[in-house]
Ligand binder design. Structure first.
Ligand code: MRU
Length: 341
């Protein structure tokens, strides 16, 4: 396969490399990803993360395994193992459905490579279209709040919600970005803060619990988040803490926008209650683990609830900013996301 390089994915020497998003921003470590078990490990540990990026990394690995001689039947098994690696972001399943069609072809090696590279190029274009559509909603002097990480690290392109913010900044419309640190794994504090710094966007990092008082003080003009799955009724699964922001925005009369590519839409999922929510290791909440050292502050026997995502009901969303344009609450109520007949 040709050499390929995005913010957090590379293909070189016929191998997939991922930028370890658990080591950022202090260390830039590129991890070799030669096989399915390694990629599944990276995905589960959130070394590679973000709805679009998970799907792209799985697709690229399948294509590389095919090029390196893996037979069709084993590739089919590998595809299903990758599909099961994380349950909530539907981009993974949508991308792998397309890879499965390529795998069924007689010339499956060429077809898989073609499809994986096409998915990467499409994602870049989807990000640009989302940024254009979202930018039209941003007023000069905006103070925006974002949650988790939705930038170039999480996609092959400029990102989703963060791509909108970056474009609005280029046009001189951003006064300040409030960055939720995003407990427990700190995607905001580590990744979004780093990306905004690289882009030169003015930001201030806050603990998640500080958002309410900022809204009460009229310091937030709009909230911009990404999505891991959009159900047919417009309900949105995104990083845990998103729902609280939507409730707060509703109370304070602040617009709440969800930015995502159409690959995040699941027309066959009727509503948020049907979205599978990943539950994660208790140690993410009882302390911090890994490169920060293993620090535990909770008692040894603390019982923990640690869902990675929550569901924001459609009624709390002001607009779904897709690559195809801004979808309004009236359009969602009219069934625009329902299965096509
Ligand atoms: O657990 P993560 O870090 O993969 O969660 C990521 C999010 O919730 C993002 O908001 C979402 O995937 C959109 S990324 C463009």
């Amino acid at each position: 396969m040709q050499t390929l390089s995005t913010t957090s994915l590379q293909v070189r020497d016929n191998q997939l490399w991922i930028l370890d998003q658990q080591a950022l921003p202090q260390q830039k470590i590129w991890c070799p990803t030669p096989d399915v078990a390694t990629l599944v490990g990276h995905i589960k540990a959130l070394r590679v993360r973000g709805a679009p990026l998970i799907g792209l990394s799985a697709s690229l690995l399948l294509a590389l395994l095919a090029e390196n001689g893996m037979p069709q039947a084993r590739l089919a098994d590998a595809l299903e193992v990758l599909r099961a690696s994380r349950p909530t972001a539907v981009n993974l399943m949508n991308n792998l459905d397309r890879m499965k069609l390529a795998l069924a072809q007689e010339n499956f090696v060429t077809a898989l490579t073609f499809e994986a590279l096409r998915l990467v190029e499409e994602d870049k274009a989807l990000c640009n279209s989302i940024a254009e559509a979202g930018n039209a909603l941003i007023k000069p002097g905006s103070r925006l709040l974002t949650h988790c990480n939705t930038g170039g690290l999480a996609t092959a392109g400029v990102g989703t919600a963060l791509g909108v913010i970056a474009l609005a900044h280029q046009q001189g419309k951003v006064a300040n970005i409030w960055v939720d640190e995003t407990r427990p794994l700190l995607q905001g504090g580590r990744l979004t803060a780093w990306e905004l710094g690289e882009l030169g966007v003015p930001y201030q990092l806050i603990c998640d619990s500080m958002a309410a008082s900022l809204m009460a003080q009229q310091q937030v003009d709009a909230i911009w988040v990404g999505a891991d799955r959009i159900a047919a009724n417009g309900d949105v699964a995104n990083k845990i803490g998103t729902y609280s922001l939507a409730v707060l925005a509703h109370y304070h009369g602040i617009p709440f926008y969800v930015a995502a590519p159409h690959t995040t839409l699941d027309r066959h999922c009727p509503n948020g209650a049907a979205i599978p929510i990943e539950q994660r290791d208790a140690r993410e909440v009882t302390g911090v683990a890994g490169r920060f050292g293993d620090v535990q502050w909770a008692p040894d026997n603390a019982r923990v609830y640690n869902p990675a995502f929550d569901v924001t009901p459609a009624a709390l969303i002001s607009g779904w900013v897709l690559d195809t344009g801004v979808v309004t609450p009236a359009q969602v109520a009219g069934g625009i996301f329902q299965p096509r007949v």
